[in-house]
Design a protein around this ligand. Structure first.
Ligand code: LFR
Length: 501
């Protein structure tokens, strides 16, 4: 047949999934083989990923994919969130359970780097976020696990190792360590030296599309896959795969990859390493096919997820945790007063879990705005704040890169949130094209499909296939645009909290 089938393993902060993509030059169908929850676990005060349970979810998903396809898969690709890692002993044993990037062990670590923020930015182009791998490694200095470590594997590389026995460091995700030079796309050795980090912990770099081994015998036995199936390196940072999955038809587009985070920005062919860019806290993560993902991290739907979790434990929000409860909440938010109060959704103060409704209310009071009183008002505040942060990120990205934008693509889970999509169109004053929701899995599948020769072309051709096969919805800007300017002014535009001075 002309069709090839690929399994995309896509692990996110709240769930993991294994998705089968069926690809031909004019066809692209997705089938969700398996979805499983991701429950981070606090142990002795430290927040960890439950990595073995996630790995079991991957195995169960590959098994479901084998059943779905009659074991006719061509390859497997893996993408996950960024920055986190596992440490291996010389014999390959995992030395410690990976720590969650939302753990507070990195508090103050950025101040311990023997380089000025300016020097660090011009060498790496990475925005200052407390959880960058660089800061995690500084925080881990002196621990017995790091002292004993022979290898460090980023999460997708760790899963890939467990599936194949092969070691590698995929480049797009490696760029989020803050130890890669975006000009050379190789290691930033002077940064590692200044921070006392041993770069030989990282196995050799590999690039999206590179072969990454074949499934081990024990994995074949457990999953019912029958032949030595290749694993292909993809944009293993989920955001890199999601940007491949943007169905743009013109070069002048902005994207917002939504989910737990909103990652808003532009695709560039060279990094922007200026002082203005650093002050605006923009990052230059590396993308597929030599691109740069020039974007800002915005808190995203995490703020709402955490609010709902709090209300559920307090029984405040009687709608329940299910999708009907969420639908009712969003309908009530749509009726709430627009732009009554907004918060800075780029503020790292919202990274840690717990007490989200109170933290939002406090932030409103601090900026002289009414604190939201009900779940509907709080939800409206979060969505208005996200839309405003989307607009600021896109405005800043165009200004700092000298590019123009004619449309905004929203991909990822936020595509299902029609209110967020409409508010983003209104705030940006630009059409929003929403979809696909599974952009990361699609980008993962497309890079595998190209490596296997099932399709050809560069990112524009891959995106044209998405555009012609995936359901998309367009939102036109409505309302009084100046209301957004006034709301932005209440936050004291333009300082972005978290940007180092
Ligand atoms: C999104 C994401 C972001 C990254 C954050 C932490 O899932 O990968 O791009 O900044 O998670 O890893």
């Amino acid at each position: 047949t002309r069709e090839h089938r690929f399994a995309a393993v896509d692990l996110g902060a709240s769930s993991g999934r294994v998705i089968v993509g069926e690809v031909a030059p004019d066809r692209l169908d997705l089938h969700e083989a398996h979805r499983f929850p991701n429950h981070p676990t606090r142990v002795l005060g430290t927040l960890h990923w439950d990595i073995l349970s996630l790995h079991q979810g991957v195995l169960n998903g590959l098994k479901a994919a084998a059943v779905h396809t009659g074991a006719t898969l061509t390859s497997v690709g893996i993408d996950t969130w960024a920055v986190d890692y596992g440490l291996l002993a010389a014999d390959g044993t995992l030395l410690a359970n990976p720590v969650h990037y939302r753990d507070t062990r990195t508090d103050g670590a950025a101040e311990r780097v023997a380089l000025t923020p300016r020097a660090l930015y011009s060498a790496t182009g990475i925005q200052r976020l407390p959880f960058n791998t660089l800061y995690q490694l500084i925080a881990a200095q002196g621990t017995s696990a790091l002292a004993a470590a022979h290898r460090l594997l980023l999460i997708p590389d760790l899963i890939s190792y467990w599936l194949t026995g092969e070691l590698g460091t995929e480049l797009t995700n490696a760029s989020t360590t803050q130890l890669i030079d975006p000009r050379t796309r190789g290691w930033a050795t002077p940064v590692a030296e200044a921070a006392g980090i041993d770069l030989s912990l990282f196995p050799p770099l590999r690039h999206p599309g590179d072969p990454a081994g074949t499934l081990r015998q024990d994995v074949l036995a457990e999953t019912g896959l029958t032949r030595a199936l290749p694993v292909t390196a993809v944009g293993s940072h989920d955001t890199a795969s999601a940007v491949v999955g943007v169905p743009a038809t013109t070069p002048d587009f902005a994207y917002i990859a939504t989910g737990t985070w909103s990652l808003a920005g532009l695709e560039l062919d060279a990094p922007v390493l200026t002082e203005e860019s650093r002050a605006a806290n923009f990052t230059n993560e590396l993308g597929v096919d030599g691109t740069v993902r020039y974007l800002r991290n915005i808190m995203g739907l995490w703020m709402l997820q955490e609010c709902v979790r709090t209300w559920d434990t307090e029984h405040t929000h009687t709608g329940g945790t299910g999708s009907t409860g969420l639908t009712a909440l969003l309908q009530a938010a749509a009726r709430a007063t627009p732009l009554r109060s907004v918060v800075d959704a780029g503020d790292p103060a919202f990274i840690a879990p717990h007490h989200m409704p109170d933290r939002i209310a406090d932030a409103c009071r601090r900026t002289g705005q009414p604190a939201p009183r009900t779940p509907a008002e709080t939800t409206r505040c979060v969505l208005d704040s996200l839309a405003l942060a989307h607009r600021r990120a896109i405005e800043d990205a165009t200004r700092l890169s000298g590019r123009t934008v004619s449309a905004v693509h929203i991909v990822g889970g936020g595509v299902h949130n029609a209110l967020l999509c409409q508010l983003t169109a209104d705030a940006c004053g630009l059409p929003v094209i929403a979809g696909p929701a599974e952009a990361a899995a699609l980008g993962n599948v497309l890079v595998q499909a190209r490596a296997a020769g099932a399709i050809t072309g560069g990112l524009p051709e891959l995106r044209a296939l998405l555009h012609s096969t995936q359901p998309l919805r367009q939102y036109e800007p409505t309302g009084d645009h100046s209301a957004w300017d006034r709301a932005a002014a209440r936050l004291g535009d333009p300082p972005v909290t978290g940007a180092a001075t």
